[in-house]
Design a protein around this ligand. Sequence first.
Ligand SMILES: *[C@@H]1O[C@H](CO)[C@@H](O)[C@H](O)[C@H]1NC(C)=O
Ligand SMILES: *[C@@H]1O[C@H](CO)[C@@H](O)[C@H](O)[C@H]1NC(C)=O
Ligand SMILES: *[C@@H]1O[C@H](CO)[C@@H](O)[C@H](O)[C@H]1NC(C)=O
Ligand SMILES: *[C@@H]1O[C@H](CO)[C@@H](O)[C@H](O)[C@H]1NC(C)=O
Ligand SMILES: *[C@@H]1O[C@H](CO)[C@@H](O)[C@H](O)[C@H]1NC(C)=O
Ligand SMILES: *[C@@H]1O[C@H](CO)[C@@H](O)[C@H](O)[C@H]1NC(C)=O
Length: 407
Amino acid sequence: MARLGLLRFLPSQPMLLLVLFVAADAAGKGDGGLRFRREDGTFKVLQVADMHYADGLSTPCKDVLPAQRPGCSDLNTTAFLYRVIRAENPDLVVFTGDNIFASDSTDAAKSMDAAIAPAIAMKLPWAAVLGNHDQEGTLSREGVMRHLVGMKNTLARFNPQGVEIDGYGNYNLEVAGVEGTSLANKSVLNLYFLDSGDYSTVPSIGGFGWIKASQLAWFKQTSSSLQTNYTSEQPRQKEPAPGLAYFHIPLPEFKNVTASNFTGVKKQESIGSAWINSGFFNTMVEAGDVKAAFVGHDHLIDFCGKLTGIQLCYGGGFGYHAYGMAGWSRRARVVSVQLQKAASGEWQGVKSINTWKRLDDQHLTTIDSENLWNISSNSGGTQLCKSMALLFLASVTSIYFQNLQLM
Ligand SMILES: *[C@@H]1O[C@H](CO)[C@@H](O)[C@H](O)[C@H]1NC(C)=O
Ligand SMILES: *[C@@H]1O[C@H](CO)[C@@H](O)[C@H](O)[C@H]1NC(C)=O
Ligand SMILES: *[C@@H]1O[C@H](CO)[C@@H](O)[C@H](O)[C@H]1NC(C)=O
Ligand SMILES: *[C@@H]1O[C@H](CO)[C@@H](O)[C@H](O)[C@H]1NC(C)=O
Ligand SMILES: *[C@@H]1O[C@H](CO)[C@@H](O)[C@H](O)[C@H]1NC(C)=O
Ligand SMILES: *[C@@H]1O[C@H](CO)[C@@H](O)[C@H](O)[C@H]1NC(C)=O
């Protein structure tokens, strides 16, 4: 099938060749080469929220059953990460902050190295954002991000170049279509990573930090540029590519998700958003491409719920040195993005986004499997629409020439 697909897209005209070269230049570069798999047209992201890693073996587990306490340490967090990576075989691991619980760590850099180690050992590309605890040790917030972007196999970036922006670790990653297909050099899935801050620095406002205006501006600009490129560069796509956003602190809108609109647990603790709403949710709604946003921060909450067209999702607490609830398993969220297949058998753009969670129990139980997003039924027929338009053009032209001849 793949070979047929390739042949079909070999350029037969110099003009088409030129267009393909321009497209090849525009996408799929400098972002770690993330790409959908040819075999099954999927791209799978493992979200690891709140590892709270400290000093390893000497750091005890919190909130486990009395019988589980002896011999339980950060190394259990490490063991869980290895297990879930082996079970899911993800294409990317995303650490959504509070990766380390730095106030209990003697060396923040060492703690971070140990926390991330399984992803590196398993040779997986990985990305990370900061939470509110990562900088509470021997490294500043800037220092932690500088350390992260220097680690092996990381796709995390410090910040966009040439842009004045708040926070550390605001960046985006592009996931290209299947190799050898017409979308091989286009980003068919966009991933956004933002620093949601730590604590409010405004004396009259307490609580946690928030995503600042400079970050909203960067996101808007990036999303708009990605959408323009996807829909205007050859081969032109009818709808923008879907996006997923990852950051640590839930937006105030996570509180709006109602009982009829969520899967998972919401009421085991209160939602720890910032006290003020800086508008990132509305900014995402306006941009239109982000279909789901993923956070950590509240370890006892693990829902996904849809609000105004965007799925708001928690990862669920992962780490054993993070607070939790004895008897309520540590967990991780998996997102699996599926491409659409054309009648010719060639993989196209994204068809659906699905998610589930894995529990760190004996069987790594899968729970809360659900569909987050489907392509709308009227946007799947790009090829058909194109051929119909061509047919229409051809008949209009022939009628026109027939009329000319008559005159
Ligand atoms: C969109 O394409 C232009 C021209 O190829 C490129 O410079 C720009 O970086 C692309 N935008 C994004 C967000 O990748
Ligand atoms: C932690 O790891 C130890 C050593 O492998 C194991 O015996 C113990 O059951 C684990 N505890 C939990 C709560 O998973
Ligand atoms: C994608 O880029 C590669 C390398 O630049 C090029 O060989 C290939 O023809 C391009 N494919 C498409 C469909 O544009
Ligand atoms: C969320 O709830 C608040 C308070 O009830 C309300 O003001 C706001 O409009 C809601 N936002 C959305 C997107 O539903
Ligand atoms: C909740 O879900 C129902 C049914 O799926 C839908 O009609 C409603 O608009 C949703 N509410 C919100 C706030 O998204
Ligand atoms: C997406 O499509 C699947 C299968 O066709 C369906 O079960 C699911 O409910 C749809 N999801 C949404 C969010 O529309």
